[in-house]
Design a protein around this ligand. Structure first.
Ligand SMILES: *Cc1c(COP(=O)(O)O)cnc(C)c1O
Length: 412
């Protein structure tokens, strides 16, 4: 058996049993999993964790499942890279990249949430899984759902990058491309979820799904030698990842694995879709929905479900938020590739570009330790870079032709 005591409304605190439900019947607040930390404390020690396999299930007591993992056995425990080249370039002393561009089968952090969602969907007895997606979730549900033997319905905005659509279709889900933006897709999916008995990972299974994001935070702490960083910068779409990274840090403190927790949490968004960052900058409690217009499509949620809570975490921890232009996103993608050899998708460009602004404005102190979360692989959004890279040196297949180029470059 697992360690979840039940679900609890984040607004009024009313408690519910573990069921595929996600809103409070009384106040419509979102439901969240609550755990028995006293019991967990007895079994989840640093030593016990260190002995386990290097995947996201090494933190299973703090994940909302009862039995054995049923998906994502190859996901998680991505590298935490000390980024000295990049640190020097942007003027930081101690910089780390949590690199979720690799290891995961579909090359983004969404494999974390889907691993947990599908395991829970099996426990609930569903035979069909579904999602509304800005792209990466579609890949994860299609791939992990195939392996776990689910029927799959995947809903995306029809305007998604062509390469993201192909990378979804290859797993042969029922892919539905909706003539509308993500927020419209999501609204439609809520209606479908009411009518069909499917496990919509980011709707009726959301309280369980969202907990999977905590594994990124757990890994950061473990990989820093069981210490928390001074700053963490997180990209925001719905805002869920940001709130869950903070929850993961607090839980490790609660069960005694982490001694000191004074991390400031920072939010990163694209200017073309920055409802959370705008609220943070205005010091407002209200998230005003926007119509997204940015190359960072994986973050393009105009009406973010967890926006309010994300802004609250940022405020509570003394962090801040920054938004960046499409041009800054592309520059940052190239900087990360050139300095650290990491090819991130547009969301990674958002996070790095926002970090640079936060350092320049003094919100992130140069002598503190900073972790930036790079959440998806650049091979998924290559279109974003077209026309923004240099071109190859074209030559004839002979030495003379090559040496002409070499002379031009100044390499001989
Ligand atoms: C989904 C996603 C995020 C953040 O999602 P939240 O909805 O805020 O949890 C960040 N990066 C990438 C690449 C994503 O696909």
């Amino acid at each position: 058996m697992g360690y979840v005591r039940g679900l609890k409304c984040r607004e009024c605190g009313r408690e519910y049993p573990v069921d595929p439900i996600y809103v409070c019947e009384f106040c419509f607040g979102p439901l969240e999993a609550v755990y028995d930390y006293k019991k967990i404390k007895r079994v989840m020690t640093r030593k016990a964790i260190e002995k386990r396999e290097k995947n996201l299930w090494r933190y299973k007591e703090l994940l909302p499942v009862d039995g054995e993992p049923q998906a994502g056995l190859q996901s998680g425990f991505t590298p935490l890279i000390r980024a000295d080249n990049l640190a020097k370039e942007i003027g930081l002393k101690e910089l780390y990249i949590k690199d979720d561009t690799v290891v995961h089968p579909t090359l983004s952090f969404k494999d974390r949430v889907v691993a947990v969602a599908l395991t829970k969907a099996k426990e609930f007895g569903f035979d069909t899984v579904a999602c509304a997606s800005t792209g990466n979730l579609a890949h994860s549900v299609s791939a992990h759902g195939a392996k776990a033997g689910f029927k799959r319905f995947v809903f995306i905005p029809a305007s998604l990058e062509p390469s993201k659509i192909v990378a979804c279709l290859v797993y042969e889900p029922n892919l539905v491309a909706v003539d509308g933006n993500y927020d419209e897709v999501n609204r439609l999916c809520s209606e479908i979820a009411n009518k069909y008995e499917w496990a919509f990972v980011n709707i009726n299974i959301r309280p369980f799904y969202a907990e999977g994001s905590k594994t990124q935070g757990f890994e950061i702490i473990e990989q820093l030698g069981w210490e928390a960083p001074d700053n963490v910068v997180v990209p925001c779409a719905s805002g869920s990842l940001l709130t869950k990274i903070w929850k993961s840090f607090k839980e490790f403190k609660e069960i005694g694995i982490l001694k000191r927790l004074e991390t400031k949490v920072f939010a990163a968004q694209a200017t073309g879709c920055s409802p959370i960052v705008v609220a943070i900058k205005e010091g407002s409690d209200v998230i005003r929905p926007v119509k997204p217009n940015t190359i960072a499509k994986s973050l393009a949620i105009g009406n973010p479900a967890d926006g309010f809570y994300a802004a609250q975490v940022v405020r509570e921890t003394g962090g801040y938020g920054e938004d960046v232009s499409d041009e800054e996103i592309i520059k940052a993608i190239k900087l990360l590739a050139r300095t650290e050899g990491i090819f991130a998708e547009t969301a990674g460009g958002v996070t790095l570009a926002a970090t640079i602004k936060l350092v320049d404005s003094g919100r992130i102190k140069r002598d503190e330790s900073t972790v930036i979360c790079v959440t998806g692989n650049g091979l998924k959004t290559q279109e974003a870079l077209s026309g923004h890279t240099s071109s190859p040196h074209y030559i004839k297949p002979n030495l003379a032709s090559f040496e002409e180029v070499l002379k031009k470059i100044g390499g001989s």
